[in-house]
Ligand binder design. Structure first.
Ligand code: ATP
Ligand code: MG
Length: 259
């Protein structure tokens, strides 16, 4: 079910502003790819183009190609809603639906896809997804309680459960641990390790150690100056990136000399 992603000559705009320029990248399936780079270089912007979430912002558009397993995402025949089902997303801040129970939060994506579920099917999805997100044992006795009643780390895992409930092929994560304590962070990193056997994962992180721990490949984005577009500087196997990067700018960034 996991799919590879091929990006070619991608330019990403907010109205007239070219935010990210000329990205060429191949993201392998069943592996974890980390996106790193200084604030404002376009990591989140780029990530959102991989499931057509970018264009929900008024005036936002792209040029170029994103091909997921042979399908060109921006082809006029492609339904963006179906793209978002296949390419799930987890945001920086946990965003469970505030009025919904834990179980209903997990099922929310499926219900948005207007699937009618029998009670037994729904129960199975809730259990499978919460187990997949390493949250089941902590919440199994309070599934009908509000999702907002969980800790921040639990809420983030609930959002991951919601994302994997629809069985996406690709999972995009935008700084999923930035608001979390080391224990919750470690739980989510363990989870990423487990998920990689079934999913293609792309994770934005500001934490170099985290990129080194969880990813096979790392892409470094940078920008030449304020108001200039972000660019992909280098993408390499993570081990190489953190030991012997090709570009001087990468070396400077990962060794903390700027950014
Ligand atoms: N909705 C928007 N409208 C206009 N410009 C935007 C919008 N969102 C982001 N930008 C601009 O696009 C550029 C890239 O922003 P983006 O949020 O992708 O950066 P980032 O690398 O994710 O940064 P950070 O590490 O701080 O999250 C920035 O110049 C930003 O100001
Ligand atoms: Mg961002």
């Amino acid at each position: 079910m996991a799919k590879s992603i091929d990006v070619s000559d991608l330019n990403i705009f907010y109205g007239d502003f070219l935010a990210v320029e000329g990205v060429n990248m191949t993201i392998p399936s069943r592996s974890v790819t980390a996106l790193i780079g200084p604030s404002g270089c376009g990591k989140s912007t780029f990530l959102r183009t991989l499931n057509r979430m970018h264009e929900v912002i008024p005036g936002a558009r792209v040029e170029g190609k994103v091909v997921v397993d042979g399908n060109s995402l921006y082809d006029p025949s492609i339904d963006p809603v179906e793209v978002r089902r296949q390419v799930g997303m987890v945001f920086q801040r946990p965003n469970p639906f505030p009025t919904m129970s834990i179980a209903d939060n997990v099922l929310a994506g499926l219900r948005l896809n207007s699937k009618k579920l029998k009670k037994s099917e729904a129960d199975d999805v809730v259990e499978r997804s919460l187990k997949g997100a390493n949250l089941w044992t902590e919440v199994k006795d309070r599934l009908s309680k509000p999702g907002m009643g969980l800790s921040g780390g639990q809420q983030q895992r609930l959002c991951i459960a919601r994302a994997i409930a629809v069985r996406p092929q690709v999972l995009l994560m935008d700084e999923p641990c930035s608001a979390l304590d080391p224990i919750s962070t470690s739980a989510i990193e363990d989870l990423i390790h487990e998920l990689r056997t079934d999913y293609t994962i792309v994770i934005v992180t500001h934490n170099m150690q985290q990129a080194a721990r969880v990813s096979e490949d790392t892409a470094f984005f940078n920008l030449a100056g304020a108001g200039k577009p972000g660019r992909l500087v280098e993408m390499s196997p993570t081990k190489k990136m953190f030991s012997n990067p090709d570009e001087e700018a990468t070396e400077a960034y990962i060794s903390g000399r700027f950014g």
